[in-house]
Design a protein around this ligand. Structure first.
Ligand code: 6R9
Length: 635
């Protein structure tokens, strides 16, 4: 018997040891006993971090939707698979059973086929958090098309870049979306994006807000009439274990976004296994992850992981602040949520509004509280633990990445004793290492270094779409034979890990990864801007916020600086989206540079964070005098 469900700490250590000593045997057993395969594998694992090439379950044939849907049709056809909670609390929630999900996914899959989409084709999904988003994703998987979900808060420029990078021939979208009191014209954004996307032949449009939209003849089609006519049967495509399941873009520290490629079998096995254990999901539990499916958290822990376990997974369309800051807790009470998974930035935003709105609702159904996206600070951890969990629901601080596909370091609730701000122990099968600046592994406890992973795990990204060289360079070149995460971490006296944050130029704002380079590129497009540099600074709700140093072409004295600030944020909104707007914009005369011309972000970060007494040695700079000047004009 494989250890699919871990129930106590002894068992964790025992299973962990097994997973590390005999990884192939371990994962082979998990895969064999808990999933449907059309054909078994020839070999559980083949890997080479130098090429890099990683293959799990090679030779196996399967379809992930048979594991996420069909498998449950025999036993629990009438169980709710997806519980949709709309933006407006007065609109009824929608319970989609496994049987209904099966029919709707098949209909959608048939519509895709009728629109010339087949195995290996890329499909861009730009849909808000409505059931069609999950259904479209699964419909792609059903027919072997590769989905590329783009978060429906991204701008038209960001959308176009992603559509073109992966050559999507079809875009699925909606007329618009609801977000709190606002509506957003998504179709308009798509139309704008497609002016620069010659390869897109078809746009399928779901109706959500019933707005008047422009429909381009021959290209745009309303989805519902097509779905209504489509058959509810669709035989799943047979996929190889290593066939591509999806592409999901994430920000790098430089250059354009990276289309991380995830494949079928390993991703399925690992997300399902981590879901079961990290959330201790039990048969009739109702599980809610507040992320958007546009991020990896939504892919793995709203859609695939929960559905592979036959769970009830909640999809929430709205925002935590609408109609008031009690909305999350109202939903927890209403649907008797058992596992609740959110981000530190949301917790901090809610904590700011006191406990009254938490105490108003009955949260006694909660058994597990999750956190993801960025380090959770001590204050937020305690607020979450005291007021939401009432000190009886363990907090799992889950560390992982778009690239890792699934949770990597986390407590297992009711198994691993938690410690505030610590992600604690590696998940089963995960072998972390801390590295020093000379490329040596730092052994022992009470140490800190750069976080790497020594051995492959099933759900790791296999490449960057269209750029394997960049994949190698970014993740496998910093340290020999190691996957480099880009994060720093410390290991305490008992071997618990605490993630200390990025060690590269990625800034995490409200849990969203933002690379500095694309934002700087956008700002530099303003005709008055000569150069710019972005750094993060501590923010009590967002975790980090963005601070921009902008150098103007002329001295800028004749300009209205407030207008300039607005224009700069407008350009950023157009190029990337509102999430990348700068909180502070300082106009300065120069930027501190090394002799090789590199911007010394370390110094700019310190100034933005008001740590001026701790600037380090600035004498080796090309232009040391500029530092005082920047300090003097600090905001
Ligand atoms: C799942 C997800 C990945 C980066 C990662 C790290 C940060 C995520 C964290 C955390 C501290 C946690 N991060 N979870 N830092 N503690 N529990 O967020 O993926 O959007 O790719 O971000 O987020 O810096 O490297 P992604």
């Amino acid at each position: 018997m494989s250890n699919y469900h871990i129930k106590h700490l002894e068992e964790y250590y025992q299973v962990y040891r097994k997973s590390v000593r005999e990884p192939e045997k371990f994962w082979g057993e998990i895969a064999e006993e808990h999933f449907l395969w059309r054909k078994s594998w020839n070999k559980v694992l083949e890997w080479d971090f130098n090429k890099p090439e990683i293959k799990w379950f090679e030779g196996a044939k399967l379809n992930i939707t048979e594991n996420c849907i069909d498998k449950h049709l025999y036993r629990t056809p009438n169980k709710t698979a997806i519980l949709f909670e709309p933006n407006d609390p007065n609109e009824a929630a929608e319970h989609i059973t496994y049987k209904q999900l099966s029919e709707r996914v098949n209909q959608f899959a048939n519509v895709l086929k009728a629109n010339n989409v087949g195995k290996g084709d890329r499909v861009c999904i730009y849909v808000p958090m409505i059931p069609e988003l999950a259904i479209a994703t699964l419909a792609c998987a059903r027919i072997g098309a590769i989905h590329s979900v783009v978060f429906a808060g991204f701008s038209s420029t960001a959308l176009a870049t992603r559509i073109n990078d992966s050559d999507c021939k079809i875009v699925i979208t909606s007329d618009g979306s609801y977000r709190g009191a606002k509506t957003i014209d998504l179709k308009g954004i798509v139309d704008e994006a497609l002016e620069n996307c010659a390869g897109v032949e078809t746009v399928l449009v779901a109706k959500r807000i019933n707005s008047d939209i422009n429909m381009k003849q021959g290209r745009d089609k309303l989805l519902q009439p097509l779905l209504d006519k489509a058959s509810k049967e669709c035989i799943a495509e047979t996929m190889d274990a290593e066939d591509l399941l999806f592409i999901l873009y994430t920000s790098g520290s430089t250059g354009k976004p990276k289309g991380m490629v995830h494949t079928t079998a390993g991703y399925m096995v690992y997300t399902a296994y981590t879901f079961k254990n990290a959330f201790q999901y039990k048969e009739n539990d109702v599980y809610w992850c507040t992320a958007d499916i546009g991020w990896i958290t939504g892919h793995s822990y709203i859609v695939y992981g929960p559905l592979a376990n036959g769970a009830t997974t909640v999809m929430f369309e709205g925002v935590p602040s609408y109609p008031d800051f009690g909305r999350f807790w109202e939903i927890v009470e209403k649907h008797k949520i058992n596992q609740f998974y959110t981000a530190p930035t949301a917790i901090r935003a809610l904590a700011k509004h006191g406990t009254e709105l938490v105490d108003k609702y009955d949260l006694s159904s909660l058994k597990v509280l999750g956190s993801v996206g960025e380090p959770i600070n001590e204050e937020a951890w305690h607020w979450y633990n005291d007021n939401v969990g009432k000190k009886k629901s363990p907090i799992i601080d889950t560390w992982w990445q778009t690239e890792t596909g699934g949770i990597m370091i986390t407590p297992i609730p009711y198994v691993t004793p938690t410690k505030p701000t610590y992600a604690t122990l590696p998940f089963i099968g995960i072998q972390p290492a801390l590295m020093d600046e000379n490329g040596e592994e730092i052994k022992g406890n009470q140490v800190d270094g750069r976080l790497c992973i020594k051995f492959p795990w099933p759900s790791m990204a296999r490449t960057i779409w269209g750029n394997h060289e960049r994949y190698k360079e970014t993740y496998f070149s910093a340290y020999e034979n190691m996957y480099f995460t880009g994060d720093g971490a410390l290991r305490d006296e008992v071997g618990y890990y605490r993630i200390t944050g990025r060690v590269d130029d990625v800034i995490i704002v409200s849990g969203h990864n933002l690379g500095t380079a694309p934002i700087e590129d956008a700002i530099n497009e303003h005709p008055a801007v000569a150069e710019s540099a972005i750094v993060g600074f501590p923010h009590d709700i967002k975790g980090s916020a963005l601070y921009g140093y902008v150098i103007l072409k002329d001295s800028g004295e004749n300009r209205n600086q407030d207008n300039l600030r607005k224009e700069i944020n407008q350009i950023i909104t157009e190029h990337i989206g509102p999430i990348a707007k700068l909180d502070k914009i300082q106009f300065s005369e120069g930027l501190p540079k090394t002799r090789s011309g590199k911007i010394m972000r370390r110094i700019l970060r310190k100034i933005a964070s008001n740590e001026m007494d701790n600037l380090g040695d600035t004498s080796t700079l090309l232009n040391p005098e500029v530092v005082q000047n920047i300090i003097d004009s600090r905001l």
